[in-house]
Design a protein around this ligand. Structure first.
Ligand code: SF4
Length: 212
């Protein structure tokens, strides 16, 4: 059984799978409390569901993309079984994790997104450094940038661990703290090789509010 906050079908707004219709499985519980967290409702709310029920819900949607997110998915052991079964059934599986728990047991076909927490997230130093050596060619590193300090810190982290050369590195602006333009200019000015990542889903689902 896994405690699940929600299962929903939407457009993937992040990572190199951006734009794909995707089933999202959001697990309950998180060991961190990031300042900008927009999924606080996942900390406690949810229902226990069997693997069969979860798989049935996933299969009811006609897509081969599944994103396991949270909360922190790796807090529940049965999530590994879920990912293994999905990989065996041919799904493109992505996992969003803070990297504060070991990714050692994650199936090698899973695209793991390591969301390294920056100083202004309030959860810096939560990243488990042993995960650097457990990453594979599918792994992507994500940094949510809240400030100039965060930008500099992320650049240094990537240089120190040789991430730019070997992995996709994604920089996302913290939605209410810095603008997309500020981060774009910063990347260009500093000759960073990070990829600017906008959270596409926030633009899609706020288009009505913009009167478009
Ligand atoms: S790791 Fe994710 S779910 Fe947990 S507090 Fe941070 S932003 Fe929220």
């Amino acid at each position: 059984m896994l405690k699940i906050n929600e299962i929903f079908y939407s457009i993937q707004g992040e990572t190199t799978y951006v734009g794909h219709p995707t089933v999202f499985v959001r697990t309950t519980a998180c060991n961190l409390r990031c300042t900008y967290c927009d999924t606080k409702y996942s900390y406690y709310e949810g229902d226990f569901k069997s693997l069969d029920v979860i798989l049935q819900e996933i299969e009811s949607h006609k897509t081969c993309y599944v994103c396991i997110t949270g909360g922190e998915p790796l807090l529940q052991k049965e999530v590994y079984t879920l990912m293994n079964v999905l990989c065996e059934r041919g799904y493109n599986v992505s996992l969003e994790t803070s990297g504060s728990k070991s990714i050692e047991l994650v199936h090698p076909k899973v695209k793991t997104i390591l969301d390294v927490k920056t100083p202004d997230s309030g959860a810096a130093d939560s990243f488990l450094l042993e995960n650097l050596s457990l990453a594979n060619s599918l792994t992507e590193y994500k940094f949510v940038i809240c400030s100039e300090k965060d930008f500099e810190w992320s650049e240094e982290f990537c240089r120190q661990h040789d991430l730019f050369k070997n992995f996709t590195v994604l920089y996302s602006p913290s939605f209410a703290q810095v603008t997309e333009r500020w981060l774009a200019e910063k990347i260009l000015q500093q000759n960073s090789t990070a990829r600017l990542q906008l959270q596409l889903h926030k633009y899609i689902w706020s288009s009505e509010a913009r009167g478009v």
